[in-house]
Structures are given as structure tokens and as C-alpha cells.
Write a protein that binds this ligand. Structure first.
Ligand SMILES: Nc1ncnc2c1ncn2[C@@H]1O[C@H](COP(=O)(O)OP(=O)(O)OP(=O)(O)O)[C@@H](O)[C@H]1O
Length: 582
């Protein structure tokens, strides 16, 4: 491996045929040795220029052109992961639209489209008590959650609860399930969101990563379904869920479905998760069986809606988890299709709930059009801030030194580390590199097949793999017990994404570490937001970062500061009279 990569080479940058050759070598070497990691190294076969031009730090070499024609590229021909080599030009057009549409785009060049998936995921059932083992247990700082200031804005705010037991008329079965989950008392957001949702109000809510937002909406929705059951509508052609929960990534959708399963055990409430990368006919049959609660990713649910398999006439609750991601430019068209569907009840006739740890003002402006105008706004702690339980460290690192730095850090203690990178290529390269250095590592990104993604995640979860190298696809919502350390090998482009990424550790009162490699050439726009993030989480601010700020590298983007630590936009944009009783 070392002989294949020169000392100062940045392996995160694709370099055309030579790079393809390197990949193939790694692949072959791994197949022949008893290596611990076998990432499916998919090679680029199309016009990369279109996609990388917007990405300033990707080098475009003329060698890339060689890789356009797969048949002429011997190093690609034998690569099993490249399918459909017959019409490269068609692929160019097709892939372009996939990438543009993608709700979770990696900043990467295109790969060949994977085959239609035949993957049928394993579905845990409610009789399997081991499903209750995977939750994170609260850490030493859990008690400090009570000090978090919670603000609720709007009219007729219901009183917060102090314990689950004080919930009026709570179903016995649901209470048993709460105990099975070992939830002793509600987290700050739950204390407020549960009575708000039970009261029938729409809700926009923000609370720190790892503070129990999923249970904050799933629990009261289940209680409402149990208190006021309605007949499930379905026939041989279509079904009508009563609750639709949308999540931006497949793994998060699966995780939310598991929370639903844990809390609906023995209640008779059925649930299903529909997401891409799985066998369509299998999911279609499941959908037609009908379910009360449908958890879904935008692409796959729209596919079923287009074919009339799902209609929304029975919808009582509509939830957008990670709402800022769901309403970004990539995903909003899919959400609009669902919410503007002829069968979707109007805001007056459904309850709409939106949540995220990061809630910039732009999201709030967009989101209010989907909410009843009397919605309540709930903020537990400072909006978009990082948890104080995460120790944040920054190193100024030139891109050429990142790999060495990463190895130096991981060599000491690799267990439970997620390394975030910008490119899918880098994810595979680093996982391979680390594995060869005897640090068992795997990767997760948008070009791995869904079963491979789930295997990678599970291998990491059970500590078969010490390190998970991930693109931004793993930054949201994932709740994994063993994550001790998050490393930003490449910084994300947005501060919200940074907060979400580091929030994979330091959850539920546990301590965590976040280490970030800051390259001033590439990351200068983040200087101010990072300083603000560090300050709001009581973290040490490196002198060099302050110096960079002084040099006013990001003066022109100072406005971005307003995106951080926001508030209910109605306070700043509405007249005082309108909300006098807040
Ligand atoms: N009341 C509670 N007591 C103890 N544990 C809880 C409680 N509520 C939720 N949890 C656990 O807290 C963990 C984090 O919850 P969850 O994933 O919903 O956080 P989140 O706020 O949605 O985070 P993120 O913003 O990263 O998505 C989960 O393992 C969940 O089981």
C-alpha cells in the first residue's frame, strides 16, 4: 500500500486512469489477502468535468477523459462493480439527473448507476427483546439536562410534564414499552413536546443532538393513535398510512422505525419503513398490507405515491425529522410533491411536526408554510448549538498532511471513531489505508449498495470495525452507542453540518471528542461560525483561529453568523402585538 501511494500524495483526490489503476490494485490485493476490509471500489466512467467544476478543490486532469470510455480502459473493464458499459453517453445524462435530484448529494464526481436493488432488509419484530438493547444509556451529564433552558413561543402553551407517569390517561402498554426502553424521565424537549403534540398543536422544535427528539414526537403520536383509534384503510391496490414520518437518509429512517417498533410493541399499531436501495416489489407488498405509521425517505415514498400505492387521505400526523435537511434545495421538491398531493389533508386537518438540532432562519421561513399558523415553536437550549459534552479540538492541517495526522491520532485509540470526508473516493481510500495499517475500518457513502451500507454500519456498531469512514450521508440523526470520537478529516461546507456531524458523539449526557482538520485554504468561510460554535459550547478557541478571523478572511460572509443560535423567526419578523402573550 505504501508503495502505491507516495508520501506526500493526497489520496483524497481522484487522478484519472492512474487513480483507477491504484484502486484496482488495492481491490485485487485485498481479494488475495485476508484483509479486514473490502470496500466496493466503484470506478468513475463518465464525464466528470460537469460535476467537479463546481467543486473548487478537485483537480481535473486530462486523464479523466480516458476514463470516459469504459471499453477502452483496461483497468476498468475487469472491475465487477461497473455495470452497463454499453452506453456511456446515456449514462452521463442519466447520472447527471440522479445527482441533481439526490436528496443527499456527496460532493463527488459521478459513478455508474447501481443495478436495481434486490436487497430485502432484515426486519426486527416486536417479539425480539434484543431490539431494546441498542439504545444509548444516559451518561454522567444526563442530570445536567434539567438545567437546559427551554423556550416555547405561541399561544395556549400546554403545561410541561415532569415525568412519564404524570401523563394523563397514558396507555398501559405504552408505559410498559417506555420501561422496556429504560427511559426513567423525559428529556427537556420531551417534557414540552409531549403535551404540545397531545394537545393537537403543530410544532416546530429544536434541541441539541442526542437529546431524544425522536421519542419526543413518536411517543405522543402513539398515545394519540391509541386514545382515538381509526380504522386502517387499505385494499389490494393501495394503502393509507395515518402517520407519515420523513427522514433524509435511509439509515436514519430505519433507526426511527426501530424507535416506533419499540414503543408500539403489543399495542396493535403497525409500522413500516420504506426506503431506497431495497427490493421494490418486496416493499410494495408490505405497503399493501397497510400500516398506521409509515417512515420513509423522500425518493422511495414518491415512487409509490406516483404509482398510486400510497395515498394520504387518512394522514393525521406528518413529521419532518431533520427539517432543515428535508427542506433544502435538493429535498424540498420531493416534500412539496407529498404535501401538495391531492389526497393530503390540509394543514387544518392534519398535525404537522418538524424538528432538527439545527434550525436556520431560512428553514423556519420555508417551514411555516407547511404548518398551521398557530404552531408552537420550541427551543431546548441554544438553537443549532453543539452539546457541551463534546470536547471540540481543531488542528490547522494542510490537505497533504491530513492522512498522516489521521493515522497518528487513530494509532493511539481508534475504537468507535467516525471519520467524515468530503468525497466517496476518500471514504473508500481511507478505509482501505487504515485497514492495511491494522486499524479495522469500513466505509459508508451514497455509492455503496444498501446492504453494504447496512453491513458497514452494523460492523461498526458491534465494534467489528473500529473506524467508520463516512461522507455526509452519516452526519444526521444516527444514534450509535459506541461513538467516542468524530474526526472531520474534511470540514463540511456548512456550520449546521458540522454541528450534526460532531453530534454523533457526546449524546444523552455522555462525553465525546470531536477533532477537526481545518485547512485555511478551503475552510476559511467557516472561521466565524466555528468560533461562535466553540464559544456557545464553552470550548477553547485556538489562537490561530482568532488570528485568522482578525485577518478578516471571512469578513464578507459575516452575515452567516446570523444563521447560528437563532430564535423563533416570528419574534423578529412579527409585530409585538400579534404575539403579545408569548
Ligand atoms: N427519556 C429518555 N431517557 C433516556 N434515554 C432516552 C430518552 N429519550 C431518548 N433516549 C435515548 O436517547 C438517544 C438519543 O435519542 P435521539 O436519537 O432521538 O436523539 P436526537 O435528539 O434525535 O439526536 P439527533 O439530533 O442527533 O438526531 C437514543 O438512544 C434514545 O433511545
Amino acid at each position: 500500500m505504501d508503495s502505491l501511494i507516495s508520501k506526500n500524495e493526497d489520496i483524497s483526490k481522484p487522478r484519472g486512469r492512474g487513480r483507477g489503476f491504484l484502486l484496482k490494485m488495492i481491490n485485487e490485493r485485498q481479494s488475495s489477502e485476508k484483509s479486514v476490509f473490502l470496500p466496493p471500489l466503484v470506478l468513475p466512467i463518465k464525464n466528470m468535468k460537469n460535476n467537479v467544476e463546481n467543486t473548487s478543490n478537485v483537480e481535473i486532469t486530462s486523464n479523466f477523459e480516458i476514463t470516459r470510455n469504459v471499453e477502452n480502459t483496461s483497468s476498468v473493464e475487469n472491475t465487477s462493480s461497473v455495470e452497463n458499459t454499453s452506453s456511456v453517453e446515456n449514462t452521463v445524462v442519466h447520472n447527471q439527473s440522479i445527482i441533481n435530484k439526490s436528496c443527499f448529494q456527496d460532493y463527488d464526481y459521478n459513478y455508474e448507476k447501481p443495478v436495481r436493488s434486490t436487497y430485502i432488509p432484515h426486519e426486527p419484530n416486536e417479539n425480539d427483546k434484543s431490539i431494546y438493547d441498542d439504545g444509548i444509556t444516559s451518561g454522567i451529564n444526563f442530570e445536567k439536562f434539567d438545567d437546559i433552558e427551554v423556550k416555547v413561543n405561541g399561544k395556549n402553551i400546554p403545561e410541561a410534564i415532569e415525568s412519564f407517569e404524570t401523563l394523563k390517561n397514558i396507555s398501559e402498554k405504552l408505559m410498559e414499552n417506555i420501561k422496556m426502553c429504560k427511559f426513567v424521565k423525559p428529556t427537556p424537549i420531551q417534557k414540552y413536546s409531549i403535551p404540545i403534540i397531545l394537545s393537537g398543536k403543530d410544532l416546530m422544535a429544536s434541541a441539541q443532538t442526542g437529546s431524544g427528539k425522536t421519542v419526543a414526537y413518536v411517543l405522543p403520536i402513539i398515545q394519540k393513535l391509541l386514545m382515538d383509534p381509526k380504522k386502517l384503510v387499505k385494499d389490494s391496490n393501495h394503502s393509507e398510512p395515518q402517520v407519515v414520518i420523513m427522514a433524509p437518509t435511509r439509515e436514519l429512517a430505519v433507526q426511527i422505525k426501530l424507535v416506533v417498533l419499540k414503543l408500539t410493541r403489543h399495542t396493535g399499531i403497525s409500522s413500516f419503513v420504506c426506503y431506497g436501495g431495497t427490493l421494490v416489489s418486496y416493499q410494495k407488498n408490505k405497503i399493501l398490507e397497510g400500516c398506521h405509521i409509515l417512515v420513509a425517505t423522500p425518493g422511495r415514498i414518491n415512487e409509490f405515491v406516483q404509482h398510486g400505492l400510497i395515498t394520504f387521505s387518512s394522514v393525521r400526523f406528518f413529521v419532518l425529522d431533520e427539517v432543515d435537511r428535508m427542506l433544502d434545495v435538493d429535498s424540498k421538491p420531493d416534500i412539496d410533491k407529498i404535501l401538495n398531493h391531492f389526497s393530503m389533508p390540509s394543514v387544518m386537518h392534519r398535525q404537522t411536526i418538524m424538528l432538527s438540532a439545527t434550525l436556520p432562519d431560512e428553514t423556519q421561513h420555508l417551514a411555516k408554510f407547511y404548518l398551521n399558523k398557530n404552531y408552537l415553536f420550541l427551543a431546548a437550549g441554544i438553537i443549532s448549538s453543539a452539546s457541551q459534552d463534546i470536547k471540540q479540538t481543531f488542528y490547522m492541517v494542510n490537505r497533504l498532511n491530513k492522512r498522516k495526522m489521521l493515522f497518528n491520532i487513530l494509532e493511539k485509540d481508534p475504537v468507535g471513531t467516525i471519520v467524515f470526508v468530503k468525497y466517496k473516493w476518500t471514504a473508500d481510500f481511507l478505509a482501505t489505508y487504515l485497514s492495511e495499517k491494522h486499524i479495522p475500518s469500513t466505509s459508508i457513502h451514497g455509492d455503496r449498495l444498501q446492504d453494504q451500507r447496512e453491513i458497514a454500519l452494523n460492523d461498526f456498531r458491534v465494534n467489528k470495525m473500529n473506524v467508520l469512514v463516512a461522507t455526509t450521508v452519516a452526519s444526521r440523526g444516527l444514534d450509535i452507542k459506541c461513538v467516542n470520537h468524530v474526526i472531520n478529516y474534511d470540514m463540511p461546507q456548512e456550520i449546521e453540518e458540522y454541528v450534526q456531524r460532531i453530534g454523533r458523539t457526546g449524546r444523552l449526557g455522555n462525553r465525546g471528542i470531536a477533532t477537526s482538520f481545518f485547512d485555511p485554504d478551503e475552510d476559511y468561510l467557516l472561521v466565524d461560525p466555528i468560533i461562535k460554535t466553540l464559544a456557545s459550547a464553552n470550548q477553547e478557541i485556538p489562537i490561530w483561529l482568532i488570528k485568522l478571523r482578525r485577518e478578516a478572511l471571512c469578513e464578507e460572509d459575516n452575515n452567516d453568523l446570523n444563521k447560528f443560535g437563532g430564535s423563533d423567526i416570528r419574534i423578529t419578523s412579527a409585530s409585538v402585538d400579534e404575539y403579545e402573550d408569548w
